[in-house]
Structures are given as structure tokens and as C-alpha cells.
Design a protein around this ligand. Structure first.
Ligand code: UDP
Length: 389
């Protein structure tokens, strides 16, 4: 029986491994170990560990590792702290494989720790191209990993070009797509009823019949000094759309998020966005979020969900800035720079366009099961890695 230890640090990486965990749990030849850390344990990011527990997963270990400060120095210290804690945990749990999701700074700690402890590393979502520090972390994780679970054919080929053994590189699609495709299809009224009861705690609720924009803007850590200017341009643009409802998410906790949040608070207090037209939430449970993505006039910002997921509903997307530059995307995505006028123009264009034909670029909804089947049967490659050409 192979022991697979999955580590998750936030909702973004959890949605990219959830169906893998389910498949490991039910596979007769695999045993799941689960470590939950980072943002999942923090009130400020929505205490998403509760969602994991509600889903019936047994959590083997938890650990706090996010150092306060929200800047590049503290983000780096957080990686160090996670390495210290994870090495003890892996030593106790003795997994055969550590599952390392995606490309976040927390993931770097997982990959470094497992690889240095001679534990096989299975990595998801390698070979993709984006901006921010995620780009470097993702490719570094490929070099630290022994098994590679890419989300697209292009990514699979890129991993092989990076010198990885072809027999260890699989295109299984994105496990996030598994969740999208099995989420119940809710109409807009039901979606808003659930949003109003389960997420919006204040008295002023969303109007289920009114059109709305969905907005997610995260920091680009490699553009740390420009973060304030970037969010101001977006909020100035959103003022022009204040006749619509706006559902906005607080940013994730990457370096610079507090700068973004401070400016959002200012706009919520002093501009027409204050008039309860815009409510900012920490986290929307996946099933509701998927349906908000399905019905929105336009998804705006730099979340990977705009690039990887919205195409499954033909939802128009305005992708702002460099965070997603280079990632495979559908025709539903229009780019805009960090510029108020460009953002207004792109949102207007997308609202006028309406829905696009559906494009399914990131898998067919079977990634979790494929992952478990491969992990259960593949002869594990030698722990000593070598570049192949
Ligand atoms: N997501 C969610 N609820 C939310 C916001 C996002 O379930 O309130 C999901 C979304 O569908 C995507 C994942 O979380 O699969 C990550 O999105 P996010 O924008 O947080 O992070 P990114 O991947 O851009 O770093």
C-alpha cells in the first residue's frame, strides 16, 4: 500500500487537488495522508480548513507557517518556516510520495523538503507559463519532482523539453476541471439565494435578478512597488460600472495583498462603490463560485479561474496585467493593461459581446482518478534525478 501525503496551503491549491485526494482515499492500493497549513488556518482568508473538514477528509497534521508582514521578506521567511515544520511531519508520516500542488510559495517549501528527504515528489500543473514569482517556482518544482501531472498537452511537452523522463510525465487535465464539471448547475436565482444565505452576512444582500460583474485581483509579487497604482486603476474603472452589481473577492495573501486591501477599503468608504453596490468577500464555496462564474456578465481581474475555468461556460473574461501572461487560454479572454481606460474599454467590449462558444482546454473531468491509478501502479523512478535530452 503506497502512502501519499498531500499538502495544501490555500483554497487555490486545494481546488487543484481535491479530486485527487478523493481518488486516493477510495483506491484500494493507496493510503492518503493530509497536511493542512498556511491560509487555510487563518480567519483573514476565510478559515477554509472548515470546508476541508466538512468534505469528510481526515487531517493528519496542521501547521501555521504564514509570517505576518505581507511583503517579499516575510513571504520568504514563511517558506523557511514551512520547511522546518514539514521536515518533522514527513519524518513522522513517512510517505512514499508527497503530492505538491501548483506553483505557490508554500508549494516550494513542500517540494524542497520532500526532495531533500529522498521522498518521491509528484507535482501538478507543471510546464505552464505565467507571470509573477509563481513562474519560477513552478519550473523549480518540476526539477525537484519525480512524477509530473500536467494539465494540458503543451505543458506535458514543455516538461519533457525541460529534461524530465518522458515516461514520468502525464497529461491528466486539471483536477479543478473535475470540480467544475460535476458542480450542480444552478440558475442565477438559486445561486444568489445560496450566496446570500451562506456567504453574505450583512443585511444588504445581492439582488438575484440583476446582472453582475465578478472581480478577483491578486498581487503580482514581482511588481510589488506598483501594486497600489494597479489596484487604483481597476477600482477607478469599476466606478464606471457601478450601475451593475459587483461581487469582489479579497486578494490572496501573497506579498502586497494588504496594500490592495487598504485601497479597496478606501474606495468602499469614499466613492459610489460604497453604496452597497460592491461587497467584498473572503471566499465563496466552490459550488456557488462555479455558478457565479457561469452567470456573470464578465469575470474581471487576474485569477487563474478566468483563464482555466471560465471557458467551460463561455463566460467573457477581462484579464488584467501580467499574472496570467503565457497561460493557454480560450477566445473568451481579452487582455487589458493596468490602465483605467483600457480596462473600461475591455469590460464594455466583453459585456456587449456576451457569451462565447464553450472551450475545454484543461481536461475532461477525470484528472483525479487518472492520478490515483498512475500513482498506484507506476514503478517509482530512481530517487536520483538526471536531466534527459
Ligand atoms: N475559487 C473558489 N472560491 C472563491 C474564489 C476562487 O472556489 O471565492 C476557486 C477558483 O474556481 C479557482 C481557485 O479557487 O479554482 C483559485 O482561484 P484564485 O483566484 O483564488 O487563485 P489563483 O489560482 O489565481 O492563484
Amino acid at each position: 500500500m503506497r502512502k501519499i501525503c498531500a499538502v495544501t496551503a490555500n483554497r487555490a491549491d486545494f481546488s487543484r487537488i481535491e479530486t485527487m485526494l478523493e481518488a486516493i482515499k477510495t483506491h484500494p492500493d493507496l493510503q492518503l495522508q493530509l497536511v493542512v497549513m498556511g491560509s487555510h488556518l487563518l480567519e483573514i482568508t476565510g478559515l477554509t480548513i472548515q470546508e476541508i473538514e466538512k468534505k469528510g477528509f481526515t487531517i493528519d497534521r496542521t501547521l501555521y507557517m504564514e509570517v505576518a508582514g505581507n511583503n517579499p521578506t516575510t513571504m520568504t521567511k514563511s517558506v523557511g518556516l514551512a520547511i522546518v515544520e514539514l521536515s518533522t511531519i514527513f519524518d513522522q508520516l513517512k510517505p512514499d510520495i508527497v503530492l505538491v500542488p501548483v506553483d505557490r510559495f508554500e508549494s516550494l517549501a513542500m517540494g524542497v523538503t520532500a526532495a531533500m528527504m529522498n521522498i518521491h515528489v509528484a507535482h501538478t500543473q507543471g510546464g505552464e507559463i505565467t507571470g509573477t514569482i509563481d513562474e519560477s517556482i513552478r519550473h523549480a518544482l518540476t526539477k525537484l519532482s519525480h512524477l509530473h501531472f500536467a494539465s494540458t498537452e503543451q505543458s506535458r511537452e514543455r516538461i519533457i523539453k525541460m529534461g524530465e523522463i518522458p515516461e514520468t510525465v502525464f497529461n491528466i487535465g486539471c483536477p479543478g476541471t473535475d470540480l467544475l464539471l460535476r458542480a450542480p448547475r444552478l440558475d442565477q436565482t438559486t445561486t444568489f439565494e445560496r450566496l446570500n444565505t451562506e456567504v453574505i452576512k450583512v443585511k444588504e444582500k445581492y439582488d438575484p435578478d440583476k446582472p453582475y460583474l465578478l472581480v478577483l485581483q491578486h498581487p503580482v509579487t514581482t511588481e510589488f512597488d506598483d501594486i497600489e497604482k494597479q489596484i487604483v486603476e481597476l477600482l477607478e474603472a469599476l466606478r464606471q460600472f457601478a450601475n451593475y452589481q459587483i461581487i469582489m473577492l479579497w486578494p490572496n495573501i501573497d506579498a502586497g495583498a494588504e496594500r490592495i486591501s487598504k485601497i479597496i477599503r478606501h474606495y468602499l468608504t469614499f466613492t459610489e462603490l460604497a453604496d452597497d453596490r460592491i461587497k467584498i468577500v473572503k471566499h465563496i464555496p466552490g459550488e456557488i463560485f462555479v455558478n457565479l462564474m457561469r452567470h456573470t456578465l464578465c469575470l474581471v481581474g487576474n485569477s487563474s479561474s478566468g483563464i482555466r475555468e471560465a471557458g467551460y461556460f463561455g463566460t467573457p473574461v477581462v484579464n488584467i496585467g501580467s499574472r496570467q501572461t503565457g497561460r493557454e487560454r480560450g477566445k473568451n479572454v481579452v487582455d487589458a493593461g493596468y490602465n483605467k481606460e483600457a480596462i473600461i474599454q475591455a469590460i464594455t467590449q466583453q459585456i456587449n459581446h456576451g457569451k462565447y462558444p464553450v472551450e475545454r482546454l484543461y481536461g475532461d473531468g477525470t484528472a483525479g482518478k487518472q492520478f490515483a491509478d498512475i500513482c498506484a501502479s507506476i514503478p517509482l523512478p530512481h530517487i536520483q534525478k538526471r536531466i534527459t535530452y
